[in-house]
Ligand binder design. Structure first.
Ligand code: ADP
Ligand code: MG
Length: 736
C-alpha cells in the first residue's frame, strides 16, 4: 500500500520541508489529477470524524484541502525574549501560561487576563469584555502571541493574535521554528484544532503536491514573476518567510482572476465571432448631416467616444459597448448620433429605458433634437390603447419607423423590426454579465450600446461588465460648474442660514433634503415627521420672509406636481423634501442644497443628490449636516466635500463598502472568489485581465477548445481549469 491510501489517525509531527516535484507542464494522457480528486480522507490524519469536520468547511477532496489557505500567519521567526519587548512596538513572544483570571470591574466590565513567562520575563495577554476568552488558554499551555506591547502594572498585549501550541509542538518548537518559522492559522471548526489542521495540511501537501500540475505556461510565470503552482501552494501553507507567503498568495489570486477574466475574454470573442447581418457606412456626408441637427459643438470628450463608437459601427463585427458618463455629460446625444448613422443607412434603431417615465423623457428629448429632420420616431410604451399599439407594431414591421423608443419590453415581446441595426440600452447597469447574455441572444447580431449614468468603479467595469468594450465621457459639456461642498459643523448652522438667506435675496433657491434611507414604513413616517417639522421651523423661525414648500412621497401626484411647478417658477424659494431624487426635477436656478443626516447615506447617493444643483450658470453650494460616529462615516463626508468626480467617488464608495454591498455583486453575476478580492487586488486584476484577453485572442483558444500547441505553447490545461472552476459562468453566458 502506498502512503496515499494509508489512513493514520495519529501521524505525529511531520511537516513538509521539501517542495513536491511538479509534473512537467504540457498535455498529458493521464487526466485524472490523481490524488487531488480523492476524498480528503485519503490524507493521513483524516479519519471519518475529521472528514466530517472538514466537510463543514466545504472541504471534500484533497484538492479542496490544498486550497484551504491560512487566514493569517504568526511569525515565529521574530520571537523576542520578553525582557526585550519594547513598549509601543509590535512583536511576537512565546511563553508558558502561569496565571489566568477573569474579573469584573466596578463599572461592570470584565477583564480576562493571562500571565505568560518565557524565563527572561513575564507578559500578560488581556481582553476587555470578552468573558468567552477565559477558555482560550489555561495554566501550563505554551502560547505564541503577537501584538502591540504596552505597560499597565506589567508588560501586556491587549487582544493579541495568539496560538496555543500542542505539547509535542511546543517540545519540538526549537526544531519547528526552523522547519516552520511561520505558523499558519486556518479557518477552523468545532473539534478541529489548528494543530490538527496543520498536520493534515502537511500530509496533504506531501501526498498530493506531486500531482499538482501548473496550468500556466512557464513563460507566463516568468513574465509575471510568479512561482509555480506547486510551489505557491506549499509556500502559502508553510512559508519560510512572510514574503514567501505573500508571493504565494499573489500567484493564487492571479490564477483566480486570470481564469475569471478568461471567461469574459472568451465571451467577448464569441460576441464578435459572427459578422453583423448588415454593414453600415458612416460617410462624411452622413456625419455632416447628423451634426447639423445638434445646436452645439460636441465636446472633446464626446468626440473621443464617438470615434470609438463609429469604429464599431463600421466594423463587420457587432458592437458591444458600455458608454459611461455622469448625468448630463452628454451620453444621449452621442447615442443619438450612433442611431442616426443607421437611420441614414435605411436601418432601424431602438432605444430602451428601464422605466416608462425615462422612456417618455427620452422620447421628448430625441423629438426635440430631431424636430427639423425627417426621421420618424415612435414611442412604444405600456398602457397604449390596444389599437394604437397594433398599428405601431405594424409600422415598425413595415419599416415605416426609424427610431423606436420604449422600455425593455421592446425586444422581448411581439415586436418585429423590418431591419434593426442598433439597440441602445439606457441604465442597463442593473443587469450583469449573465442577464445580458439572454438580452443580446434574442436579437440578430445588431450593435448594442449600453449607457449608464451611475459611475462604475474600474474594478467592476473589469468584472461585471468585463465582456464589453468601454467608452467613458469624462468631462461635462461647457457651462457646468463644480458644486462647492462643505461638511458643516452644527455650531455653524446660523452662519449657513445667513449665507442661504443672502443667496436667496440674490434670486436663488434652495433644497433642504431628508433623503429616504429605507423602505420601511416606520422609517418613512419618522422622516416625514422630521421633514414636516423642519419645513415648519424653517418657514416660521428661520426664513419667515421666504416661502417654504414641502414635498414628500405621501402626497398625491397632483399635490406634488403643483409644488414642483411653484418651485420651478420661483414662487417657492425653499423646498424641503424627502424624495428629491425620484422626482427628477431640473431647476437651474436652485443653487443650494442642505442635506441633513448626511452620515447615513452612501457616497454615491450623496453624489446623486448633489447632482440636482449646479445645473445653471451660477455657482452652486452643497452643505452637509451630519454627525458620523464611525471613522468610515467621517471619511465619507470628507471625500464628498473634496471630490466632485463621480468615478473617484464610486471608487471610494466601493473601497469603503466592499463589492458585495456596493453593487449587490452576487446578483450581478460575478462569481464568488475564494482567494482574490477585486478591490484589494486591483493591480493583479488589471494585469490578469490584460493577460487573459491576449491569450483569448489566439485562434485555438475557445471555451470548449482543446488548446492545441500554438507557437510551442499549449493552452489546453488552462482551458480545462476554466471549465472546472467557473463551470456555471461558462455555461450561463453561453460561450463556446
Ligand atoms: P446624459 O444623457 O449623459 O445625461 P444628455 O445627452 O442628456 O446627457 O445631455 C445633457 C444636456 O447637455 C442636454 O440638455 C444636452 O442637450 C446638453 N449637451 C449635450 N452635449 C452638449 C455639448 N457638447 N454642448 C452643450 N450642451 C450639450
Ligand atoms: Mg440623459
Amino acid at each position: 500500500m502506498s502512503e496515499e491510501t494509508d489512513i493514520d489517525p495519529d501521524p505525529g509531527l511531520r511537516y513538509p520541508t521539501r517542495p513536491g516535484r511538479a509534473r512537467p507542464y504540457g498535455p498529458s494522457k493521464r487526466d485524472n489529477f490523481d490524488s487531488l480528486k480523492k476524498s480528503a480522507q485519503y490524507v493521513r490524519g483524516v479519519g471519518p470524524k475529521n472528514a466530517a469536520r472538514l466537510r463543514k468547511l466545504n472541504i471534500k477532496t484533497v484538492g479542496d484541502l490544498l486550497y484551504h489557505l491560512p487566514r493569517k500567519y504568526l511569525d515565529c521567526s521574530k520571537i523576542v525574549p520578553m525582557n526585550q519587548a519594547r513598549p509601543k512596538r509590535f512583536c511576537t513572544v512565546r511563553g508558558n501560561v502561569i496565571d489566568a483570571e477573569t474579573r469584573r470591574t466596578y463599572g461592570g466590565k470584565t477583564i480576562t487576563k493571562f500571565v505568560l513567562t518565557d524565563g527572561t520575563g513575564a507578559m500578560a495577554a488581556v481582553w476587555f469584555n470578552a468573558p468567552y476568552m477565559a477558555e482560550a488558554m489555561k495554566e501550563g499551555d505554551v502560547v505564541v502571541m503577537s501584538g502591540k506591547v504596552n505597560f499597565y502594572d506589567m508588560a501586556q498585549m491587549v487582544s493579541p493574535e495568539f496560538e496555543v501550541l500542542g505539547t509535542d509542538e511546543a517540545e519540538a518548537l526549537g526544531d519547528m521554528a526552523r522547519a516552520m518559522p511561520i505558523l499558519p492559522v486556518y479557518r477552523a471548526t468545532e473539534g478541529l484544532t489548528q494543530r490538527r489542521l496543520r498536520l493534515i495540511m502537511g500530509n496533504a501537501l506531501r501526498l498530493a503536491l506531486k500531482d499538482v500540475r501548473d496550468f500556466l505556461p512557464p513563460a507566463m510565470l516568468r513574465a509575471r514573476k510568479l512561482p509555480s503552482l506547486p510551489d505557491a501552494l506549499r509556500k502559502a501553507h508553510f512559508p519560510q518567510k512572510m514574503k514567501e507567503a505573500e508571493t504565494a498568495r499573489k500567484r493564487l489570486a492571479y490564477d483566480e482572476l486570470f481564469l475569471m477574466e478568461l471567461v469574459l475574454a472568451l465571451r467577448h470573442k464569441a460576441l464578435k465571432r459572427d459578422d453583423k447581418t448588415h454593414r453600415v457606412d458612416v460617410s462624411a456626408k452622413i456625419d455632416e448631416h447628423i451634426r447639423r441637427l445638434f445646436p452645439f459643438q460636441l465636446t472633446a470628450a464626446q468626440e473621443k467616444v464617438l470615434t470609438e463608437i463609429v469604429g464599431d459601427i463600421r466594423s463587420a463585427k457587432p458592437m458591444n459597448r458600455l458608454l459611461q458618463g455622469d448625468v448630463g455629460s452628454g451620453k444621449t446625444v452621442v447615442a443619438l448620433y450612433a442611431m442616426l448613422c443607421y437611420v441614414a443607412n435605411k436601418r432601424q434603431a431602438a432605444l430602451m429605458a428601464p422605466t416608462e417615465i425615462l422612456a417618455q423623457q427620452h422620447y421628448q428629448t430625441v423629438s426635440r433634437l430631431l424636430k427639423n429632420s425627417r426621421v420618424r420616431i415612435l414611442p412604444l410604451i405600456g398602457g397604449m390603447p390596444k389599437r394604437k399599439r397594433r398599428e405601431s407594431l405594424a409600422a415598425i414591421a413595415a419599416g415605416e419607423v426609424d427610431i423606436v423608443i420604449g422600455t425593455h419590453a421592446l425586444i422581448q415581446a411581439d415586436v418585429n423590426f423590418a431591419g434593426l441595426g442598433i439597440i441602445v440600452v439606457d441604465e442597463q447597469h442593473k443587469f450583469g454579465v449573465m442577464q445580458r447574455g439572454s438580452l443580446i441572444k434574442k436579437s440578430l447580431n445588431p450593435d448594442v450600446l449600453i449607457m449608464t449614468a451611475t459611475p462604475i468603479p474600474r474594478t467592476l467595469t473589469m468584472t461585471v461588465f468585463g465582456d464589453l468594450d468601454v467608452s467613458i465621457i469624462d468631462r461635462m459639456p461647457p457651462g457646468r460648474k463644480r458644486v462647492k461642498t462643505w461638511w458643516v459643523p452644527r455650531r455653524k448652522l446660523p452662519g449657513a442660514y445667513d449665507f442661504i438667506r443672502k443667496e436667496i435675496n440674490r434670486g436663488r433657491q434652495a433644497y433642504f433634503v431628508y433623503p429616504l434611507v429605507e423602505e420601511s414604513t416606520a422609517e418613512q413616517t419618522r422622516q416625514l415627521k422630521n421633514a414636516t417639522k423642519m419645513a415648519e421651523l424653517l418657514g416660521k423661525d428661520v426664513f419667515p420672509e421666504f416661502r417654504v414648500g414641502l414635498l414628500h412621497g405621501r402626497m398625491s401626484s397632483e399635490e406634488k406636481k403643483s409644488i414642483m411647478l411653484s418651485f420651478r417658477d420661483g414662487k417657492i424659494q425653499v423646498l424641503v423634501s424627502t424624495i428629491v431624487i425620484e422626482v427628477g426635477i431640473d431647476v437651474p436656478n436652485a443653487t443650494m442644497m442642505v442635506i441633513e443626516n448626511a452620515e447615513r447615506f452612501g457616497l454615491s447617493q450623496l453624489h446623486q443628490l448633489r447632482g440636482r444643483i449646479g445645473r445653471g450658470s451660477e455657482e452652486s453650494y452643497c452643505m452637509l449636516f451630519g454627525n458620523p460616529r464611525t471613522p468610515e462615516g467621517k471619511e465619507r463626508l470628507k471625500i464628498i466635500s473634496r471630490t466632485s468626480d463621480g468615478f473617484k467617488i464610486a471608487e471610494e464608495d466601493l473601497r469603503l463598502r466592499g463589492p458585495g454591498e456596493f453593487f449587490g455583486t452576487r446578483q450581478h453575476g460575478l462569481p464568488e472568489l475564494r482567494i482574490a478580492n477585486i478591490v484589494e487586488d486591483y493591480e493583479i486584476l488589471r494585469v490578469a485581465r490584460r493577460d487573459a484577453f491576449s491569450v483569448a485572442q489566439k485562434k485555438s483558444v475557445t471555451a470548449g477548445g482543446r488548446g492545441v500547441p500554438i507557437d510551442g505553447t499549449y493552452y489546453g490545461a488552462m482551458l480545462k481549469e476554466v471549465r472546472s472552476r467557473f463551470a456555471d459562468m461558462v455555461e450561463l453566458i453561453g460561450v463556446g
